[in-house]
Design a protein around this ligand. Structure first.
Ligand code: NAD
Length: 494
């Protein structure tokens, strides 16, 4: 079924002011049009921001537990519709049904977590150095926030941003990834169903350079929460900087799994296969580098090859499939170029490397699971984000070398170390420059109750989810109450 959605502004679906639209297509068969959506420009963005601004004060003054109640009910509906939305997600974005369910489950878990936060939102109290004076801190919402998201987690990422924003008391203008507007529309319909007041949550669909950039530049937007590529993140950071606007960036990465000789080899291989090839490698936490100790290199490589060669590639609706299509033609070509580049750079292609086009793959963007051996840390395939089903093995001899290799990239999102040696564990905790460090578990699979984010060029120091989820969307106000009945001067001797 083909659908037609506009923008969601002030509680209503409306077409783009220009009347322009764009299509969303199924990556498993690009001849299938999922729907048409509003192609927004700065004028649409302005209408959405004005709607969000108009109700900002009232939403801020709505008690936080009441704001959080909308999120709780949205979570309950997401749970009810999980199966239906998962099917839409697989059709629109490609990932396997099992993973689509996981994507939505992340949103459900986060709804329940953030709903509880509405009844906490703890501040602190501090003593004053003066008599009869009291200090406390309270959170204050930053105002209208712009949320700009990618396509790879079409429900999870929008919920990671919108739920804390709304609980915090911000009003929202959301610009979803242009490859997944239907998933965004289904989430929006849930907000409508729970009766969130008109104007509190708005959606502008369209392209990054048009709708996204206009949102970043709008003077009434107090903060931008962005997840996407480093390239776009850099320009958003610059533009927000000029405007003194708050900006949270969750960007790309070049994640690594380290395998030490004392690792349980079966578990390390399963972790690598899942970490590198789940969502066809299109996760910001995907294992795109494997640093394997020389003593176990051959055993690990052989076992990984057997596992990878057994992976079925195909439509995400087929329950046997482990590798679903990649998102679009442009991304498919980019991945294939990197595979070619790896060979030119001297890495050894040991499995995969090809696009699949025969029977069963017509019209889709399918690439074989691809593994390089003899990759070295300075190759471009070892340092640049590929965002596809491609990983490479490097040899290491010591934990020092493993740490050096791991840190030798500009990114720093997720690192995993397979070892039972307590020294390796604590060396890793102390020296690895990644925001997420896993031991004996893959680089992917973050949970919502822990902070999520990366070091170095993966971000700009903010974290999403977990107990810090509200931080970006609120300012701390320090409140002093003097009940002494006279002028008291801090730091001044009488
Ligand atoms: P992208 O940067 O191309 O696009 C992301 C979003 O930004 C889209 O909505 C797009 O329309 C918008 N956009 C593009 N240009 C813009 C501009 N000039 N101004 C404002 N908005 C603009 O990224 P993508 O291809 O959608 O997603 C893949 C990238 O996202 C990868 O690099 C991946 O690592 C990253 N990612 C990071 C995380 C994380 O948490 N660190 C999570 C998921 C994905």
């Amino acid at each position: 079924m083909r659908v037609d959605y506009g923008n969601f502004i002030n509680g209503e679906w409306v077409p783009a002011i220009s009347g322009e639209t764009f299509e969303s297509r199924n990556p498993a068969d690009s001849s299938e049009v999922i729907g048409t959506f509003a192609r927004s420009t700065a004028a649409d963005v302005d209408a959405a921001v004005q709607a969000a601004k108009a109700v900002g004060r009232d939403w801020m003054l709505t008690p936080a537990p009441e704001r959080a109640d909308y999120i709780l009910r949205a979570g309950l509906i997401l749970e009810e519709r999980k199966e239906e939305i998962a099917h839409v997600m697989t059709r629109e974005m490609g990932k396997t049904l099992k993973e689509a369910r996981g994507d939505i489950q992340e949103g459900i878990d986060f709804a329940f977590y953030m709903a509880g936060e509405g009844r906490r939102m703890f501040g602190e109290t501090m003593p004053s150095e003066l008599r009869n004076k009291f200090y406390m801190t309270v959170r204050h919402p930053i105002g209208v926030v712009g949320l700009i998201t990618p396509w790879n987690f079409p429900i999870a990422i929008p919920t990671w941003k919108s739920f804390p924003a709304l609980v915090a008391g911000c009003t929202v203008v959301f610009k979803p990834g242009e490859d997944v507007p239907l998933c965004a529309a289904l989430l929006t319909d849930i907000f409508t169903e729970v009766g969130i007041p008109a104007g509190v949550f708005n959606v502008v669909n369209g392209y990054g350079e048009e709708a996204g950039a206009a949102l970043v530049d709008h003077p009434d937007v107090a903060g931008i929460s962005f997840t996407g590529s480093l390239e776009v993140g850099r320009t958003i950071n610059e533009r927000c900087g000029r405007q003194m606007k708050r900006c949270s960036l969750e960007l790309g990465s070049k994640n690594i799994q380290i395998v030490m000789p004392d690792a349980d080899m079966e578990i390390a291989v399963e972790g690598a296969a899942w970490g590198a090839f789940a969502t066809s490698g299109q996760r910001c936490t995907a294992t795109s580098r494997l640093a394997v100790h020389n003593d176990v290199h051959d055993e690990f490589t052989e076992k990984l090859l057997t596992r990878v060669k057994g992976m079925k590639v195909g439509s995400g609706l087929d329950p046997e499939v482990e590798l679903a299509p990649v998102i679009n033609e442009k991304q498919k070509n980019r991945i294939l170029e990197y595979i070619q580049l790896g060979q030119q750079e001297g890495a050894k292609l040991i499995t995969g490397g090809n696009e699949l086009t025969g029977e069963g793959y017509e019209g889709g963007y399918y690439i074989e699971p691809t593994v390089f051996d003899d990759m070295t840390a300075d190759m471009r395939i070892a340092t640049e984000e590929i965002f596809g089903p491609v990983t490479g093995i490097m040899r290491i001899d010591t934990i020092d070398e493993a740490i050096d290799v791991a840190n030798k990239v500009e990114y720093g999102l997720s690192c995993s170390i397979y070892t039972h040696d307590i020294t390796n564990v604590f060396r890793g905790i102390e020296e690895i420059e990644f925001g997420l460090i896993y031991f004996n578990a893959p680089t992917i699979g973050a949970e919502i109750q822990v902070p999520f984010g990366g070091m170095k060029n993966t971000g700009n120091g903010h974290r999403e989810a977990g107990p810090v989820a509200l931080d970006f969307f609120t300012e701390w106000k320090t409140v002093a109450v003097d009940f002494s009945g006279r002028l008291q001067k801090a730091q001044i001797e009488d």
